[in-house]
Design a binder for this molecule. Sequence first.
Ligand code: PMP
Ligand code: GLN
Length: 381
Amino acid sequence: TVSRLAAFQGTIFAEMSELARVHDAVNLGQGFPDWDGPARMLEIAREQIAAGNNQYPPGRGFAELRHAVAHDRHSRGAGTFDPDEEVLVTVGATEAIAAGVLGLVEPGSEVILLDPYYDSYAAAVALAGARRVSVPLARDGHRFGVDLDALRRAITPATAMLVVNSPHNPTGTVFTYAELRGIAELAVEHDILVLADEVYEHLTFGPPHIPIGTLPGMRERTVSVSSAAKTFNVTGWKTGWALAPKPLLDAVLTAKQFLTYVGAGPFQPAVAHALRHEQAWVARLRDSLRGKRDRLSAALEAMGLTPAASDGTYFVCADVRGIGADDAVEFCRRLPTERGVAAIPVPVFSDHPQQWRTTVRFAFSKQDAVLDEGVRRLSLR
Ligand code: PMP
Ligand code: GLN
């Protein structure tokens, strides 16, 4: 492995899912749902293959999907984008993130991540030959929030980009208007680009998701990223998108076309259908996940694991000191064999692992019977 990727061998998700598979553990680790998305959406993908939609889609993705993405954003006040010049279909949000960093950040410049952070950001920064600067979220009671003073202190003349992930993986924090406004003011003042990872934009359980690209001064400096994975229960379809004003999106496209050229064709009309016609399904998904959040949080609380507040995503974080563990990484490596459950240690998402030493992320995007079985196993003494 080349030196700039040496620190990135083997993702924690692959490691924990493999342990879960080998030990037949209840997988509350990797974030994916264990039930299917809207039936009509799935049917359209099958129909597309049968009808011969099996060759390369256009470079920016099928117009049908680009228009549906722009329509969906506009109709919920999440920004107005020209579907032909400001929307790009990508191979999941992961590719949009990588192409965004590769296309817009010069080697040697700095990218600020709010820590803990989704693992692909750090790898994308390393691929680009840029430098990552991480700013820890601050704990405020049961919530992890943005420390605007620390963020201000982290900005230097070399800062090129700031990655903002709300709703936030792994903490489940949904950033408030005040937090986003504070970030936006710093970005405008210091002329910094923002990459907004909004893959959990529809999965909020109380406070609403606010797209940072809609704040004053932000449209021209924001690349917004999302994906069908979490909204429609199709993490395996790897169909996502980036939205940005033309000069920024052209840079993302330049990188994207040489990463994958295009993504899979048959899924694109299916996702376009879902964006236009499956809002009621998504509302039910959100309600069901809220119930699962409550179910798992209450069980963790009862076990003494003091879960943090989760206002969105698939995840709730808990402190494993409550069951006598003092190292989340060790705890998660042993958990599949010792208790038949898999979870993700938060320190692996952090450049300040001491701060998260005893924090473990549990996914609740599972059927109730699976959650209950996971809880039963965790509770056994
Ligand atoms: N960003 C975050 C915060 C995620 O949790 C994930 C995982 N689903 C992704 C990006 C990647 O999304 P996709 O599967 O669409 O590439
Ligand atoms: N986004 C999912 C998570 O955070 C998993 C993605 C992956 O496996 N790379 O668990």
